[in-house]
Design a protein around this ligand. Structure first.
Ligand code: HEM
Length: 431
C-alpha cells in the first residue's frame, strides 16, 4: 500500500516504454504475480536465472507461447482440436446444464448467454490444451475457475485471506487440480497440447519438483488462456442480439462461409468478412481494459519526465482507445463500422487491445478464431430471441462492470445477463 506509480497515457510515451528495455523491466512484474500464486523466492530465482546464454527460463516460455500460438504448424494442430470442441459443444443436445434456465419443449431452451459462452469456450480450451485427463482428477474445475476468475483482481490487490475467502478457496482448488493432473502418469495425458507438455518438461528441467510450486505455473497459464475470450463472445452476441440491423448484416456477410453440410470455413471468415473483422475490433476496443505494466529498474526519462527506480509504470490502454482525435468524435460510442470505415485504425499506435512489444498477447490469433467460430455457429445453428424481464418489459442491455480493474475484457455488472430463447434453425448431422 502507499505505492507510487507512473501512469503513461500517450501512444508516443507507450512506444518509448517499449523501447527502453534496459531501464524498464517486465520480469519483476511476472515475479510478483507468480509470488501471489505462492511461488517461493527459491523457485523464482530458478525461473529467472540467466543460464541459457543470456536468457532465463521465462524467456524460453515466452518464446514457446509464440511457437504454439502464432500462425504455424503447432497452432494449426491446436486450433483444429479447439475449434472442433466448440463445434461439438454447439450441438443442440450439448446445450444443457446450468446454462439452461428453462426448457419448454424439444425445440426451445431458455439460456443464460453469460453461462453459455463461459461453458463452451472454457471447456473447449481446457480439453484442447490439457486433454480430458484434467477432468478425471478435477470434475469441478470449470466451476472453480469461474469463481476465481470473477474475483482474481483481489489477488493482485493483495487482499488478505479473510477479505476474499471465496477467491482464495477457488484458487487453492484450481492449484490442487493441476497438482493432481501433474501427478498422473504422462501416458494418461498424451492428448495435452504441445505447450503444456513443453512447460511441464521445462518445470522438471528447472528442478522444480514440489507440486506446490509446479501446479501454480499451469494454473496461471490456464487463467491466461481462458479469462478473456468467453467474455468477448458474450459482448459480441449481446450487441448483435440488441441490434437487429447489425445482426442481419453480419449474418449475410458470413453466410457463404457455411458449406451445404453445415461445416464452417474459418478461412472464409478470416479473409472475406471485413465487416465481421471491424465489429470484432470494435468490441475489443469498447469492452476491453488492457493494462501494460513495467518496473523502473534504472533512472530513465520518458516524455520529458524522470522516472525513478523501484516504481511501477502502468499503461491503461483503454484511455487511448477512447481518444476522439484518433477514433473520431463518436469515440465514446459503439460503432461496428469504425474499423472498416478507417482501415488504418487497426494499426494505430493508439489501439492496443492485446498490449504490445515483447509482452504482446501471443493468444491473439487463437482468440479471433475461437470468437469467430462460436459467434458464427451460434448464429447459423439457432434462432435466438431475447427474453424480456419478468414483468414483460424489454430485455435490457447489460452494463459493463467498469469498477473492477480486470486488465482484460470486462464482465457485466453482477447479475446482469442476456437471456435468450433458442430454437434449432439449421439441423446439423446426426448427434
Ligand atoms: C480474447 C481476448 C484476449 C485479450 C483481450 C488478451 C489480452 C492480453 C493482454 C493485454 C496481455 C498482456 C499484454 C502485455 O502485458 O503487454 C495478454 C497476455 C497473454 N495472453 Fe492474452 N488475451 C486474449 C486472449 C488470449 C488467448 C485466447 C490466449 C491463449 C490461448 C492468451 C494467452 C496469453 C498469454 C500466454 C499471455 C502472457 C504472454 C507472456 O507473458 O509471454 N490470451 N493477453
Amino acid at each position: 500500500m502507499g505505492e507510487e506509480l507512473y501512469v503513461i497515457t500517450s501512444p508516443e510515451d507507450v512506444l518509448a516504454v517499449y523501447k527502453d528495455t534496459t531501464s524498464l523491466d517486465f520480469d519483476p512484474i511476472i515475479r510478483d504475480i507468480m509470488a501471489d500464486f505462492g511461488l517461493t523466492r527459491h523457485t523464482l530465482d530458478k525461473m529467472f536465472d540467466r543460464k541459457f546464454g543470456q536468457k532465463h527460463w521465462m524467456d524460453l516460455c515466452h518464446a514457446d507461447f509464440k511457437l504454439q500460438m502464432h500462425p504455424g504448424e503447432k497452432l494449426e494442430v491446436l486450433q483444429s482440436t479447439f475449434l472442433g470442441n466448440i463445434d461439438k459443444s454447439l450441438q443442440w443436445s450439448q446445450v444443457s446444464g446450468p446454462m439452461v434456465l428453462a426448457s419448454s419443449n424439444k425445440n426451445g431452451k431458455t439460456v443464460s448467454l453469460w453461462k453459455w459462452c463461459g461453458q463452451v469456450l472454457v471447456d473447449s480450451a481446457t480439453r484442447a490444451f490439457f486433454g480430458d485427463a484434467i477432468y478425471r482428477v478435477a470434475p469441478d474445475l470449470l466451476a472453480d475457475f469461474f469463481l476465481f476468475d470473477n474475483e482474481s483482481w483481489k489477488l493482485s490487490y493483495k487482499y488478505p485471506r479473510f477479505a476474499a475467502p471465496d477467491m482464495y478457496k477457488a484458487k487453492a482448488k484450481g492449484e490442487a487440480a493441476f497438482a493432481q493432473y501433474l501427478a498422473l502418469p504422462q501416458e494418461q495425458r498424451q492428448d495435452a497440447s504441445w505447450i503444456v507438455k513443453a512447460i511441464e518438461q521445462g518445470i522438471m528441467d528447472l528442478g522444480v519438483e514440489e507440486s506446490s510450486q509446479a501446479a501454480p505455473m499451469l494454473f496461471v497459464l490456464y487463467r491466461l488462456i481462458n479469462t478473456n475470450a468467453y467474455k468477448l463472445c458474450f459482448w459480441c452476441l449481446a450487441y448483435l442480439l440488441h441490434d437487429p440491423a447489425l445482426l442481419t448484416s453480419i449474418e449475410q456477410e458470413i453466410a457463404p462461409a457455411f458449406q451445404p453440410d453445415g461445416s464452417l470455413s474459418m478461412l472464409y471468415l478470416l479473409e472475406n468478412c471485413p465487416f465481421l473483422a471491424s465489429f470484432y475490433e470494435e468490441i475489443l476496443r469498447i469492452a476491453n481494459d488492457p493494462i501494460g505494466t513495467r518496473l523502473v529498474v534504472r533512472e530513465t526519462t520518458i516524455g520529458g519526465k524522470t522516472l525513478l527506480p523501484g516504481r511501477k509504470i502502468l499503461m491503461p490502454y483503454k484511455l487511448m482507445h477512447f481518444d476522439p482525435t484518433v477514433f473520431g468524435d463518436n469515440a465514446s460510442e459503439f460503432d461496428p463500422r469504425r474499423f472498416v470505415n478507417n482501415k488504418h485504425l487497426v494499426r494505430s499506435t493508439s489501439y492496443r487491445p492485446f498490449g504490445g512489444a515483447a509482452t504482446q498477447c501471443p493468444g491473439r490469433f487463437l482468440a479471433r478464431r475461437e470468437v469467430y467460430m462460436f459467434v458464427a455457429l451460434v448464429l447459423h445453428r439457432f434462432d435466438l430471441t431475447l427474453v424480456g424481464n419478468e414483468s414483460g418489459g424489454h430485455a435490457k442491455f447489460p452494463n459493463m462492470d467498469l469498477t473492477i480493474p480486470s486488465g482484460g475484457v470486462m464482465g457485466p455488472i453482477g447479475g446482469e445477463d442476456v437471456i435468450v430463447k433458442i430454437k434449432v434453425k439449421n439441423e446439423i448431422g446426426p448427434e
